[in-house]
Design a protein around this ligand. Structure first.
Ligand SMILES: [Zn+2]
Length: 358
């Protein structure tokens, strides 16, 4: 928190006039923006490891919102979301401040790997970080204290792990009122509740008083334009909801399901090793007992075909792309739907089909 606002609850910061965004080594005044390369570590050569940060401080007061991506270095979709918000959008009427962190895990990004390629540490289990600790925690600490703690809200973008893909959805501790409001404002069809593992940016930021959601979208190593566009709609909707763009309106996704209980979702795992023939893709609606995939050996012997059925009617939120498994590997992430949601979803899919046939 900035010194002048540390005692104020997040929503009241809109009343603070003429508020500069400050970080260790600099400030960005209202009406100004800055592209910063901020040093968070040093390489084996002793060179600085710098993360790109764009701070846009609107000319009008409002909340400070961070948008972050690539805590996992090979998860690229969010990078483009954050870059477009930072550099392609018109912020002349912005109320508040945007702190845009398109690539947090720079060493992982350079190597195109999920983890920090330094003993394979997971930056997204290292927040809030600590001075004098491991390399990952020191980096996390530099990011967290300078660019996360001064914010009022945040959105952290991820994709599925390499070899899998997922439909765009929000993960958030929805029972926290501000986090729940933020999650709904992002206007995804699916919100999965829960506080998230210890050390993740969204959990640690939320616990530090910066309500934060994670957005999962698509697969690693790619830009997926339809998902990026959908996420940009979500960001615009959040900025409308929290008064950063008060003239804009909050988006309604058409239907929404919030998964709160463990029994409303399941990761189906392979019980046999082999080669997977996946019948249904990301975002598919599957009926109870429907065959989702088969697992076969190299000889495709009939006796050895393992069939995997849907345990309940639901939506495939995440699914395997790389079609090989050991026993225990995840095949797909299935979430249940209420009958009302199912009806709304089926109506939407029928409309999409009829439009595509025109
Ligand atoms: Zn990730």
């Amino acid at each position: 928190m900035n010194d002048d606002s540390s005692d104020e609850p997040p929503d009241e910061r809109t009343d603070v006039d003429d508020e500069a965004f400050t970080y260790n080594g600099g400030r960005v005044d209202p009406g100004e923006s800055a592209n910063i390369r901020y040093s968070i570590s040093e390489t084996y050569l002793g060179d600085p490891v710098k993360i790109p940060v764009t701070v846009i401080n609107g000319s009008k007061p409002g909340p400070t919102v961070f948008l972050s991506a690539a805590a996992h270095g090979d998860e690229l979709n969010g990078i483009e979301v954050v870059r477009e918000v930072a550099h392609d959008w018109d912020h002349s009427e912005l109320h508040g401040t945007l702190v845009c962190l398109p690539v947090m895990n720079v060493p992982g990004f350079l190597a195109q790997e999920r983890y920090l390629p330094i003993y394979d540490r997971d930056l997204n289990r290292s927040f809030p970080g600590r001075e004098g600790s491991t390399s990952a925690r020191r980096m996390a600490n530099r990011i967290f204290t300078n660019f996360i703690e001064p914010c009022d809200l945040g959105i952290d973008f991820h994709t599925s792990t390499r070899g899998r893909t997922n439909m765009l959805h929000v993960r958030a501790s929805v029972d926290d009122p501000t986090v729940g409001r933020l999650a709904k404002a992002f206007s995804s069809n699916v919100i999965i509740g829960g506080e998230g593992p210890s050390g993740t940016l969204r959990r640690e930021a939320t616990e530090a008083g910066v309500p934060t959601i994670t957005v999962e979208m698509g697969e690693a190593h790619r830009f997926q334009r339809p998902l990026i566009d959908r996420a940009l709609t979500g960001v615009a909707s959040v900025l409308a909801e929290f008064g950063c763009h008060p003239e804009s309106s909050v988006h309604w996704p058409g239907w929404r399901t919030i998964i709160r209980d463990e029994d409303e979702k399941t990761w189906l795992r392979a019980d046999a090793g082999g080669i997977v023939d996946m019948k249904r893709g990301r975002g598919a609606l599957v009926e109870e007992d429907e065959v989702i995939c088969t697992i076969t050996n190299p000889f495709k012997e009939d006796d050895d075909i393992v069939t995997v059925d849907a345990p309940f009617t639901g939506l495939i939120v995440g699914v395997l792309e790389n079609p090989v498994v050991y026993p225990g590997n995840p095949l797909c992430h299935l979430v249940g739907l209420s009958s009302d949601t199912l009806t709304a979803l089926e109506r939407e899919r029928t409309m999409e089909r009829s439009q595509s046939e025109l």
